[in-house]
Design a binder for this molecule. Structure first.
Ligand code: GAL
Length: 422
């Protein structure tokens, strides 16, 4: 064989090998995505993305491995078991912030996504505030699909009208208490609806913010403010006070059950993240202004207590190439503009088609731009999973004994054992 011929054969072999290996890479027949979005306001957005997936990749089966339970109350335990067994889903939903960085990244469970960020130009379209919360040592580890707001007070305007009381002043915690006192005096026993444990933690974080303000709130989580201070004492007192207005059967209610009490007029108020807007509007078919209305949790106006759902690429993904396609969809304008208008969240990207979003979501987009941004506790931003779970235990105890001093002592201690306090 002549030299030229030999070179040609070698070149052909190289090309064939490259083609084969790229086939192998793109040959995934499946993609398993893990979340806790299973209906009742949570699922519609995911389904919109699955629809796009099925159109784009008809040959790659989308396996929806969602585990029911708000805020991942069941899903996160299932995920932990799978991760310790070396059986990660191809991608899972994790919150930007400490849940991601202080938990999964710290445990070495995720691949960095630098190339994907560069290829897709995501550094130009995701908010500068969010990038540090999904990065470690300058490497990004997840793709945020949305921004949710946690500090929202949902209310039923017809109930307030029926009892002849005005909505509270969103700048004043005390005005909310006065409104609930008026409702109680008029015969409504439980003006504020509440649900299972994580919704109590969600309520607590908003009362903490309302009481101590955004600056101290943020400092409490990064170790610069004192959990033993009079501010925190007051926040716990306020939390205890708020709990005197809630339905006694809270422990057995999901967040949807608690939201439904407001929708049905059995309670006036509920504090929940803005996935409740998706539930009211998309699932229950209610209209803003008549069926439901909102304001920032009184005392928190001007602060946007946020969280972000993001998706990750695990080390050892069985269908890595399909997972990368999924992450690409999650970060795309097309994906985000399909998902968020139904989920009740605003897009993480800054170039969304605003006209696709509801009146509430457009207001949220406007607030996101001007408000002081603080992170959510119950949804993974400010504390890693260990710290957050230990706070849940302390709050669970508080719901039983209402011992203010014991809760404050526990919070002081947990910042030392699990958090940044020395
Ligand atoms: C949050 C999550 C939201 C929503 C909510 C209720 O943790 O970020 O997307 O699903 O839980 O389950």
């Amino acid at each position: 064989m002549g030299h030229k011929r030999l070179m040609l054969v070698v070149a052909l072999v190289v090309i064939a090998t490259l083609m084969l290996s790229s086939c192998a890479k793109t040959g995934d027949k499946q993609l398993e995505v893990f979340s806790w979005w299973t209906g009742g306001g949570e699922e519609a957005g995911l389904n919109a993305m699955i629809k796009i997936w099925e159109e784009k990749y008809p040959d790659i089966e989308f396996v929806n491995a969602a585990v029911a339970g708000g805020a991942g109350s069941n899903a996160k335990a299932v995920l932990a078991t799978r991760l310790s067994a070396g059986d990660p889903p191809d991608s899972w939903q994790g919150h930007a912030g400490q849940e991601l960085i202080g938990t999964y990244v710290a445990a070495g469970q995720l691949e960095p996504l630098d190339d994907l960020y560069k290829e897709n130009g995501w550094y130009d379209v995701f908010p500068a505030t969010l990038i540090p919360l999904i990065s470690k040592d300058g490497h990004p580890y997840s793709v945020p699909v949305n921004i949710h707001r946690a500090n929202v007070l949902w209310y039923n305007p017809a109930v307030l009208a029926q009892y002849n009381v005005d909505p509270p002043d969103p700048t004043s915690f005390d005005s909310w208490i006065a409104t609930m006192d008026a409702l109680k005096a008029a015969g409504m026993e439980a003006p504020l609806s509440l649900g299972e444990a994580w919704t109590q933690k969600h309520l607590f974080e908003t009362i903490l913010l309302a009481t101590v303000g955004p600056d101290t709130y943020t400092k409490l989580w990064n170790g610069e403010a004192d959990w033993g201070s009079a501010d925190v004492t007051k926040a716990i007192e306020n939390f205890g006070l708020i709990l005197t207005y809630v339905n006694p059967d809270y422990a057995s209610l999901s967040w949807q059950d608690a939201s439904k009490l407001v929708a049905d007029g059995d309670a006036a108020f509920n504090v929940m993240g803005d996935w409740a807007e998706g539930y009211f509007r998309v699932d229950l078919g209610l209209e803003l202004g008549t069926g439901f209305d909102w304001m920032p949790v009184p005392g928190t106006k001007g602060s946007y207590q946020f969280l972000s759902d993001s998706f990750v690429l695990p080390v050892g993904a069985k269908h890595r190439d399909a997972a990368i396609k999924w992450l690409t969809l999650c970060g795309s304008k097309e994906g985000q503009d399909a998902f968020n208008p139904l989920k009740g969240s605003i897009p993480a990207r800054n170039d969304a088609d605003v006209s696709l979003y509801s009146e509430y979501l457009q207001a949220a987009m406007a607030d996101w731009k001007v408000d002081t941004i603080v992170g959510s506790l119950a949804h993974g931003v400010v504390a890693n999973d260990t710290w957050s779970n230990d706070i849940s235990t302390a709050l669970g105890q508080y719901l039983t004994d209402k011992d203010n001093a014991a809760l404050q002592a526990a919070l002081v201690n947990l910042c030392k054992t699990d958090g940044p306090c020395k």
